[in-house]
Every structure is written in structure tokens, then in C-alpha cells.
Write a protein that binds this ligand. Structure first.
Ligand SMILES: *Cc1c(COP(=O)(O)O)cnc(C)c1O
Length: 400
């Protein structure tokens, strides 16, 4: 990074002002003070100012998606990201449709669970903890089962941090005449999805990940034709994306009480996202964060679950060290004492923990994370944080 860039980053990234720790977690995450400050006043949900804020939010999300054209729209939904995914699936998957869910972690499996719960026909390709679903597998599954109408993929599977190959999956889906839904929750705003290369019928994401807002709003981006076709399809009243969309378009208002303060913070976060330089700049900062983190942790002996090819700039999974002196809870507390919150692992095959690269954080914070990890190892009397050999052998499967 050049000196000028460093000064610019130092100006834009601020330390938490209230003494709270840095959240190296994939959302909720560390937000800018100005984002939190935007929540200090009250807004009437039917007031013109609030209606204008909702419109600005929808427009800015479409800009980030690269879809600022009259044939697309953004529909916000109250709740966390899962509410938006459930609204997308329940509203946009036709009742007589069938979905192929591609899972390689908790979030893919959650989509299958949603479909199970709402009684929609579906089938699952489960790649386990972190192997990526590939285009050829999707092609094979679609030609074996002509009832399948939709494929659902998670862009960045946050449970391992793997960046799934959605271009080849989109290509296979389109070639078979099917439509694609994307859970882009932890990637939207930092990793571009070009609709020319990834033709999707809908994408869901939320306020509290790469946009760096606070939790409470999910949203779906889709062509208006998909939203129109969803009329009367949803199993749920509150999660009906079509009704929400029609309501917003009629009078600019949300159907039920909107999270007013969360929206104010979200709009502030969206403005800051644009001011930083949009998706490219946000993704660039997170990639820089990842590189400092991975290099520093590898310097201590830690290794990543994923080989470099699949590492996202969103969240990184590290194996536990093989040393018998390692105790994750102690490691967590020692790092927490230095003002940093990390994340437990979510794998079944290997013991691991995760460190996020997203949020109002720059390279200096990532260096602090590495220093805190080094200090914690010293206190635990561990000289080398290398994982067991079997863990690395497991990773070799991925290089294929
Ligand atoms: C965060 C996340 C979700 C939504 O989780 P919530 O806890 O409901 O916000 C869904 N999918 C992915 C990939 C995520 O990272």
C-alpha cells in the first residue's frame, strides 16, 4: 500500500469509541461510529423523510448489484438474513417448482431446512463441510432430474469461508434451462456478481455484513418479472415478498413496523460504502485484511482449512494447533482480553476457529489480531501452532 493510501485508510477506518472490542466475526461486526450515530433520532415510519430513506436504500442496493435499471428491484424485509432467504424461497420458488440446493456448510443446509419446513419440493447436493459444489455436478443432477426448476447456491459459505464457484454453477444452471437463487449474504458489497456472467433470478443479502450496517434488515434483489410472478405464491403473510414489494411501490411504506433506526444506520453505511469506492474498494480492503491475517497466522504456524484458491476475503477458518497445550476457550479469552472477539469453528471434520476480515477494520487491526494470537500462544506455552498432519492431508482433497 502506498503512503497516500495508508493515510487515506487511517482517516477512514476508526477505532471503536466506546471501548468495545473489535468484532472479527461475520456480522454483527464492527461498525463505524457514524453508522451507530445515525440511530440516535427517531423516525416516523409513514413520514416523508423515512419514505425517502427507504427509497434511497433500495436504489443504493441496486447500484451495488450493478442493476440500476428499470427492470430490477430491491425489496427489503424486516429481520435477519435468514428471513430474507426464507422470503425469497417461499415467494419466488413456484409451488409446483423443485429446487436443487447446493450445500457445503451450515447456510446451504439451512436453505434445505427452510424448503423442508415450508413443504417445497427439493433435493440436496451436500458436499460436507467445505468442498465446493462444481458445475459438472450441477449439470449431472439437472439432467438426471428434469423436475428441477431452480438451483440455490451460497456465494460465500460463511461456515468455512469458502468462496463457491458460482460462475460455473450459473452456467450449468442456465444451460439446463433452470433458474438460480443466490444466498449472497456474506459476499454482497465486497465480491462482485456480474449478472452477465451469473444469471440469477434472485439474490438475498442483509444489512449487517459487507455493507457494515447493524443487524435487522434483509433484502432481495430480483428482476421485476420474478416479483410479479410471485403473486399469491408465498406460504407466509409476513414473509411475502410480492406483497411487500407491492406495498412499497404503492405508498413507499413497509407493510408492518419497519426497523426505523436500523434503516437509518443502513443508509449511512450504504453512503459510506459508496464513498469508500463501492464494491471494488470494499473487496480490496477485505482482501488486504485477509492477506495480513493469513500471512501473520501462518508465520505462527497456524494453517488455513482451505487452500489459497478457495480462500474468501470474508472469513478464514484456521485449524487448531496440534499442541496438547492448546485450549480454544483459553485462547479466545486471552485474545478477548486484548480487545478482539474471534469466532468458534463450525466444522464437523476438524477442530477449527474462524476470524473474520469484514467490518470497520483495516490492516492495523489485523496485525493486532496476529500479535494477540502470538501473545496468547506464548501464555499457553506453545512454540508452534502447526495443525495435525491429518488436517493438512484432508486439505489436499481440495487441490484437485
Ligand atoms: C449470515 C448469513 C446468513 C443469514 O444469517 P442470519 O443469522 O439470519 O443473519 C445466511 N447465509 C449466509 C451465507 C450468511 O453468512
Amino acid at each position: 500500500m502506498s503512503v497516500v493510501e495508508q493515510i487515506k485508510q487511517a482517516e477512514t477506518i476508526e477505532a471503536p469509541r466506546l471501548g468495545e472490542p473489535y468484532l472479527l466475526t461475520p456480522g454483527p461486526l464492527t461498525t463505524a461510529y457514524g453508522v451507530k450515530e445515525a440511530m440516535l433520532r427517531d423516525w416516523g415510519s409513514r413520514d416523508a423523510e423515512f419514505i425517502a430513506m427507504t427509497a434511497e436504500m433500495r436504489e443504493r442496493v441496486l447500484t451495488i448489484a450493478g442493476l440500476n435499471a428499470p427492470e430490477f428491484d430491491c425489496v427489503p424485509m424486516q429481520g435477519s438474513g435468514t428471513f430474507a432467504v426464507e422470503a425469497m424461497m417461499g415467494s419466488l420458488l413456484p409451488r409446483d417448482g423443485k429446487a436443487l440446493v447446493l450445500a457445503n456448510g451450515a447456510y446451504g443446509l439451512r436453505i434445505a431446512k427452510i424448503l423442508e419446513r415450508i413443504g417445497r419440493d427439493h433435493t440436496l447436493i451436500d458436499k460436507g463441510d467445505y468442498l465446493p459444489p462444481r458445475g459438472e455436478e450441477v449439470s449431472a443432477a439437472l439432467s438426471a432430474d428434469p423436475k428441477i426448476t431452480h438451483v440455490v447456491v451460497v456465494h460465500c459459505e460463511t461456515s468455512s469461508g469458502i468462496l463457491n464457484p458460482i460462475e460455473e454453477i450459473a452456467e450449468a444452471t442456465e444451460a439446463a434451462g433452470c433458474k438460480l437463487f443466490v444466498d449472497a449474504m456474506s459476499a454482497f458489497g465486497a465480491i462482485p456478481i456480474d449478472l452477465q456472467r451469473v444469471r440469477y433470478a434472485a439474490l438475498a443479502a442483509s444489512s449487517n455484513k459487507c455493507i457494515e450496517g447493524v443487524p435487522g434488515i434483509g433484502f432481495v434483489v430480483a428482476p421485476k418479472s420474478e416479483l410479479e410472478a410471485a403473486k399469491g405464491n408465498c406460504h407466509s403473510l409476513s414473509l411475502d415478498l410480492h406483497d411487500q414489494w407491492v406495498g412499497l411501490n404503492n405508498n413507499g411504506q413497509w407493510r408492518y413496523t419497519p426497523p426505523t433506526h436500523v434503516l437509518a444506520a443502513f443508509v449511512e453505511a450504504l453512503r459510506r460504502h459508496a464513498a469508500e469506492g463501492g464494491v471494488a474498494a470494499r473487496g480490496g480492503r477485505y482482501s488486504g485484511n485477509r492477506d495480513i491475517l493469513v500471512e501473520g497466522m501462518r508465520g505462527l504456524g497456524f494453517e488455513t482449512l482451505l487452500s489459497d484458491r478457495w480462500l474468501s476475503p470474508i472469513i478464514i477458518t484456521f485449524f487448531y494447533p496440534s499442541s496438547s497445550a492448546f485450549d480454544f476457550n483459553r485462547f479466545y479469552d486471552l485474545i478477548r482480553d486484548r480487545g478482539i472477539v474471534i469466532y468458534p469453528g463450525k466444522l464437523t471434520v476438524a477442530d477449527s476457529f474462524r476470524i473474520g476480515c469484514i467490518g470497520q477494520l483495516g490492516e492495523d487491526v489485523m496485525r493486532q489480531v496476529v500479535e494477540a494470537s502470538a501473545a496468547a500462544l506464548r501464555e499457553m506455552d506453545i512454540q508452534d501452532a502447526s495443525p495435525p498432519a491429518e488436517a493438512l492431508a484432508e486439505r489436499e482433497k481440495l487441490s484437485a
